[in-house]
Design a protein around this ligand. Sequence first.
Ligand SMILES: Cc1cc2nc3c(=O)[nH]c(=O)nc-3n(C[C@H](O)[C@H](O)[C@H](O)COP(=O)(O)OP(=O)(O)OC[C@H]3O[C@@H](n4cnc5c(N)ncnc54)[C@H](O)[C@@H]3O)c2cc1C
Ligand code: FES
Length: 292
Amino acid sequence: MSAPFGRRSCEVSENRASAGYRVFSLLDPEGPQPAPGQFYMLATAERWSGGDGRPFLPRAISVAETGPAARGVRLDFLIEGVGPGTDRFCELEPGERVWITGPLGNAFSEPRQQHPDAAGAILVGGGIGVAPLALLRRGFSERGVPHRVLLGFRNREHSGGLELFCSAAGALCPEVRLASEDGHAGHRGYVTDLLATILAGDDARSGVVYSCGPPPMLEAVRSLCAAHEVACQLALESPMACGFGACFGCAVPRPEGGYLRLCVDGPVIWGDEVGPTAADADAGARERDLRL
Ligand SMILES: Cc1cc2nc3c(=O)[nH]c(=O)nc-3n(C[C@H](O)[C@H](O)[C@H](O)COP(=O)(O)OP(=O)(O)OC[C@H]3O[C@@H](n4cnc5c(N)ncnc54)[C@H](O)[C@@H]3O)c2cc1C
Ligand code: FES
């Protein structure tokens, strides 16, 4: 899926609370339908600068869900306010405008692209990383791809987006299982505990794992999958300034040498494309992500 050239202005149609996160929607009159795993570079049209008046760079945000619009497509984004950019997105009002570039990056692939006889998919999301898995889950559901969904959160304040995993009737989809470190929802502990149990099952090798979340969680998923010889795709994050391959700000090391530019070679990569260092690259720098 290639993005239209340049940035375009989109109207905010909604911004609502979702537990500790926010979900806001943009009406994109001319953009293509994004694929799960892709992201947009976003900047608000007004008040997009610091106290010194210097404008911020756009911020990379995954598309979490899409829907029909009178023209084009509605894009939903799940946001955790962690700094000036995401805090500004959290306070967007309907009618405001946001500059977008995208959809950018590559998307998650189908399980059968990996194994012709793949039994299905296991989706593993942590914290704000549940966002791209919502659109992925809906696609699997519509195409009849068997799947299980494991979602983990640190606590109630650092959670949200569950309604994106609900049926039209509003009930959490039956294939979804939850974990939380504080025990407020589902299994008390890490979401990777749930994954370890599933991967210990007999039919695990014929599935494909899809994951997005904080670096330590992604490294745990990568290493569990490697130990069980299960293919996995990981949606990684790194600081992004341009989003289309020009600045090298998003480079992460490849195990065999050289670098991947996550904005164009990712953000979705196969588990064996990165070593432990890259999957956990910014764990030390990112204290907020050390726990889900
Ligand atoms: C492909 C992609 C998809 C994303 N999707 C989402 C999404 O759906 N929802 C969402 O809320 N966020 C998402 N993010 C994360 C978001 O773009 C960053 O957290 C962004 O920097 C937030 O901007 P800010 O101005 O609010 O905070 P900043 O001031 O940029 O950062 C806040 C804090 O986080 C630290 N930090 C931020 N980014 C990084 C990083 N990459 N490595 C190490 N430390 C970092 C900073 O040092 C600071 O302490 C995504 C990022 C990428 C690359
Ligand atoms: S963000 Fe500029 S090269 Fe990737």
